[in-house]
Design a binder for this molecule. Sequence first.
Ligand code: ZN
Length: 333
Amino acid sequence: MKRLALLFLIFLFPFGAGAQGEPLKVVATSSILADVARSVGGEYVTVTALIPAGADGHAWQPRPADVLHVAQADLVLAVGIGYETFLGQLVDNAADVPQVVVSNGIPILPFGGHNMDDHDEAGHEEYIGLYGEAGVCADDPHEATAEAGHDDELAHGACDPHVWTDPTNVMIWADNIAAAFAAADPDHAGEYQANAAAYREQLTALDADVQAALAVVPEARRVLVTNHEFLGYFAHHYGFTLIGGILGATTLDEPDPQRLAALVKTVRELGVPAIFAEVSAASPFAQVVAQEAGIGVVTTLYSESLSAADGPAATYLDYLRYNAQQIAAALAE
Ligand SMILES: [Zn+2]
């Protein structure tokens, strides 16, 4: 019966998705992921982002129209690592649509900002393992916390999904996306590979630009306190220490007063020059901590999503370059 239905479909749509000029219909969860997918897919794909630019991915909930979008797609791209907590209910209604987790193969960092005396000399967390192979991440960072039985919200061992803040991880995204597009649309496999290779070169140039922009920040001031903890991979790659997030692992976490008081103390002791908040999430607690510590808050970083098309972070390349410039300007002497 199933085979009959399939034959019928082939009869109705003899060329299949993606062939003969019909672009591959791709749904990506975040606007950042959608932009990378467009760079790899070029003219052979149309990419829709579920979470719109400017929205907070942690707080976003799908609308009825999104269910339809996913059901009609040829392919769904997801960050994985427990980032898309909403995805289950969407793909339940679209069991035939292949889902591709683009972060497979990326070395994964645990959540958990820390005090200066709590880590190795370079301030780096150890990687947990390669995503998709180590299999140690809980679906939801909060679940891992509960299982670990820690009192603090940021239990070590919960996996940090914000891999895109390190451009070398986005190179792995590009390769995984090219492979997924090639599998769905073999006729253009060569083009996808070539686009991914060209995009990797742009990412290499971006990485060098960001490295150069951050050179003005002296060693002692390479400390990051953020509204929610989204810069772990950035910190690891560019040699910064992530002290922690005001809110915690996601923007949905509630800060507890004791942890905020401890954070104020740490910020004072370390002479942290500024606190970084984000455009897409309100940051009243970041303001409070900064005020208590007598420093400023930079509220202009983009975290989960790109800016509008006419904003400063309309593409992933602009997003990272812009964030790095903001960080460099606030932390330079
Ligand atoms: Zn986040």
